[in-house]
Ligand binder design. Structure first.
Ligand code: 2AM
Ligand code: CA
Length: 264
């Protein structure tokens, strides 16, 4: 398997799926929308997009399995598994807000080896594979070189279903607002992380995210020279529902802030 060739095939596929999603923008009726669990919305658009991804990714790598948000495949691969979010930012999509993405990662054993995030409305495709570099539409990207929180632009996602840690989270948010240049909440974790990878954001923090929200973004950041950890500064970020991402220079200051408020 040539990982770089596979990565470019996944880039092309993600763009095709993105074009389908864009064509459906504004056409989804209220009766097409289902609430899977509290505030977690889905429509035929997410499901159709995922079915196409599952079908085509299987053709690209027949022995692979899937961890896919909408559960259209439960096949598990021995060595390779795709981690797929066909539409990250469904709430934005359904409300006519332009930031949403297609997010696809490939896992070999317990390592993510490829990631693609396609931000549909900006026609921006971010991609990386292990031991390679990270790219945006063919140009190499790097994390920012901001080294102090006071000069940083941070990103986050607000809790929307798991409010158990929300007091600690909003304490953290207050500190982030006070200590940084400002904080953005754009509604697609995959896009937030792609923006850390290319240096638009200097740091990102969110809890209760699923593996499909963060898998592709994480390898983008790592290959662009950044760091991803859980809130203790450790490695349990894929299934641990804690994501902290930043460049190396800001890591100590940002992770100390997060650890102090949410690391317990
Ligand atoms: P999704 O659109 O794939 O579900 C941002 O906080 C992240 O949380 C997004 O990546 C989004 O992924 C997920 N999310 C799900 N429901 C949400 C909601 N009601 N509000 C905000 N984010 C939501
Ligand atoms: Ca989704």
């Amino acid at each position: 398997m040539n990982l770089e060739t596979l990565c470019m095939d996944v880039v092309e596929l993600s763009r095709e799926v993105g074009i389908f999603i864009k064509m459906e923008e504004g056409k989804v009726r209220a009766s097409d929308i289902e609430e899977k669990s509290r505030n977690s919305l889905v429509s035929y658009v997410d499901k159709t997009a995922e079915e196409k991804l599952v079908k085509e990714l299987t053709l690209l790598l027949p022995e692979s399995g899937f961890i896919a948000e909408e559960g259209t495949s439960h096949k598990l691969g021995k060595r390779y598994n795709w981690i797929v979010d066909p539409l990250d930012g469904t709430t934005n999509f359904l409300h006519g807000i332009p930031t949403y993405s297609v997010s696809v990662a490939l896992r070999e054993g317990d390592k993510i080896i490829l990631g693609v995030v396609y931000e549909v409305n900006r026609d921006e495709c971010f991609y990386a594979c292990k031991n390679g570099k990270a790219f945006l539409n063919g140009n190499q990207i790097k994390v920012s070189s901001t080294h102090e929180l006071k000069h940083s632009l941070l990103a986050t996602g607000f809790p929307y279903y798991d409010f158990d840690r929300s007091d600690a989270y909003f304490e953290l948010l207050k500190e982030m607002v006070h200590k940084s240049r400002s904080v953005r909440r754009i509604g697609s974790a995959a896009v937030d992380m792609a923006y850390v990878a290319c240096g638009r954001f200097d740091g990102f923090v969110e809890y209760s995210l699923n593996a499909w929200d963060v898998a592709a973004g994480a390898i983008l950041i790592q290959e662009a020279g950044g760091i991803v950890t859980d809130f203790k500064g450790e490695n349990n970020w894929l299934y641990g529902k804690e994501m902290l991402a930043t460049n190396v220079l800001l890591f100590e200051e940002f992770s100390t802030l997060v650890k102090n408020k949410m690391g317990a």
